[in-house]
Each structure stands twice: as structure tokens, then as C-alpha cells.
Design a protein. Structure first.
Length: 193
């Protein structure tokens, strides 16, 4: 349910930049925080989906990320844009959930697991980054998304996943190679059509 305020408040808040909304929200203005959530919730949800969360989990994690962000807002320094900060909050929540889920072992796959299989590419398919990401191993998808989607450094990912930095770098490198290969196939198929 949207947070209600005086008439026209939503329009005025919608015109403010994120840093001003953060200042208002840090001071307890719930409507300002609601505007931040309205602006950035879809991006955070899409990030969770790219990392491998199903729709329901992505929704839950997005909501949890904004709840955590609201609690942490007074300590947030405007050194980075709010978008970068909220996606880092969300990515870390996702990783915590993965660690708690005993059924999922993100880094258990060997580095040489599954090479790209040309037979799985549908020649008539359009380029779909989410579909391409789903072809990566869970470890590769997680590392690539955290690096390029959430903007975490290799060391931050290694610390969050509790794996060596070299493992993270390997997963990112292999994942990007597979994505380049897949996107090249899409382009070749489009050129042939």
C-alpha cells in the first residue's frame, strides 16, 4: 500500500534527485523512502532474477533489501549513488540466503563444468540476457552478476561467498566467455536470417 501524504507530495518527491530523497528519508520521511523504493524496486528485482532467484524469491529479497536499506539509511554516506548502494545491499542479502539454503551449494561445481553446447541455441531466438545468464553454471552466474550487475569487486565477492579470489576471477572469466560465445551465436543466427 503506498504511503499517503499531503496532496501533491508524490509529484514533488518524484521531481527530487535520489540524494535529496536519501537525506529526507534518513531524517524519517517515509514518503521520500517510498519514492526511492518506487524508483529502484524493479531494478533490484531484475538483479535478483539475473542472479538466479525465482520470481517469488526475487520479490521477497527486493522487499527485504529495501527494509534493510531503510534501517541502515542513517549510516549511508553519499559516496556512491543510491542505486549502487541498494544493489549491493540486495546482492548481499541474496548471498546470505544462498548460504542459509542447505540445498544450494553455489561454489560446489568444478571449474571445468559444462562447456557451451551449440545445440541449445534456438536459431530464431532474440538476444535475451536473462536466458543467456541461465545457461551459465550457478557459480558463474552468481559471480558474473555480482561483478557486472551489482558492481561488487572480486574481493568483495570472494569475501561474501567465502571462496578464494582466484575462484571468483575464474568464474567471472568463464562466465563472460560463455556469454560472449552465446551472444555471438545469436548475432550469427540473426545475420543468417
Amino acid at each position: 500500500m503506498p504511503i499517503r501524504g499531503p496532496p501533491g507530495l508524490a509529484r514533488r518527491l518524484a521531481l527530487l534527485p535520489d540524494d535529496q530523497l536519501v537525506g529526507l528519508a534518513a531524517g524519517g520521511d517515509r514518503a521520500a523512502f517510498g519514492e526511492l523504493a518506487r524508483r529502484h524496486a524493479r531494478f533490484v528485482r531484475d538483479l535478483m532474477r539475473r542472479m538466479g532467484a525465482d520470481a517469488a524469491l526475487a520479490d521477497d529479497l527486493t522487499q527485504d533489501a529495501f527494509i534493510d536499506a531503510m534501517r541502515s539509511l542513517p549510516g549511508y554516506r553519499l559516496e556512491a549513488p543510491f542505486t549502487a548502494w541498494i544493489r549491493t545491499v540486495a546482492a548481499r542479502l541474496y548471498l546470505k540466503r544462498k548460504h542459509k539454503d542447505a540445498r544450494t551449494v553455489v561454489m560446489a561445481e568444478p571449474l571445468d563444468a559444462e562447456t557451451p553446447d551449440r545445440r541449445r541455441v534456438d536459431p530464431g531466438a532474440r538476444i535475451d540476457l536473462n536466458a543467456a545468464l541461465q545457461t551459465l553454471s550457478a557459480a558463474e552466474r552468481t559471480c558474473v552478476t555480482l561483478c557486472h550487475g551489482a558492481g561488487l569487486t572480486g574481493q568483495e565477492i570472494a569475501d561474501a561467498l567465502d571462496v578464494p579470489l582466484g575462484t571468483v576471477k575464474s568464474h567471472v572469466t568463464r562466465g563472460l566467455e560463455k556469454l560472449r560465445w552465446r551472444l555471438k551465436l545469436y548475432k550469427e543466427n540473426a545475420d543468417d536470417a
